[in-house]
Design a protein. Structure first.
Length: 142
């Protein structure tokens, strides 16, 4: 049986989307990975762009509300921002809850070199953490 993972953030536009992509990429068929937001705001195109730079395509993912997942069991629930941790609902089944906070990259209407650099920094932090998580979760039951 696959490990079911839910990754939560506020907007489900950037950090949680990147984390979902990384865990799917490295976790293969061992995980069922979902991401959601407490206040979903659409998939961020800059997040899609910087993930594509490292060979992970998240362009087909969509921003989802945590309400879509209410009543479902998850083995692991990971919050990637502080406000989502505070607002995170209780899910049945007592799955493991983890909090790995990442900074929110600059969100603007215009993608500048500074914006890209901020997104890349956050992407690299998320990539490192969730790649290690995929490896660790695969070695032991969660």
């Amino acid at each position: 049986m696959n490990t079911r993972v839910l990754i939560l953030c506020t907007g489900n536009s950037c950090r949680s989307q990147m984390a979902e992509g990384v865990l799917k990429h490295y976790g293969g068929d061992r995980f069922e990975v979902f991401s959601a937001g407490t206040n979903p705001s659409g998939l961020n195109e800059t997040a899609v762009q910087v993930m594509k730079e490292i060979g992970i395509d998240i362009s087909q993912q969509r921003s989802k509300s945590v309400e879509e997942f209410m009543g479902q069991h998850f083995d692991v629930i990971i919050t990637v921002c502080d406000s989502a941790r505070e607002a995170c609902p209780v899910f049945p089944g007592g799955g493991q809850r983890l909090h790995w906070s990442f900074p929110d990259p600059l969100h603007g209407k215009e993608t500048t070199a500074e914006t890209l650099n901020e997104f890349r920094k956050v992407r690299d932090m998320i990539h490192e953490k969730f790649k290690k998580a995929a490896e660790a979760f695969g070695e032991r039951p969660v």
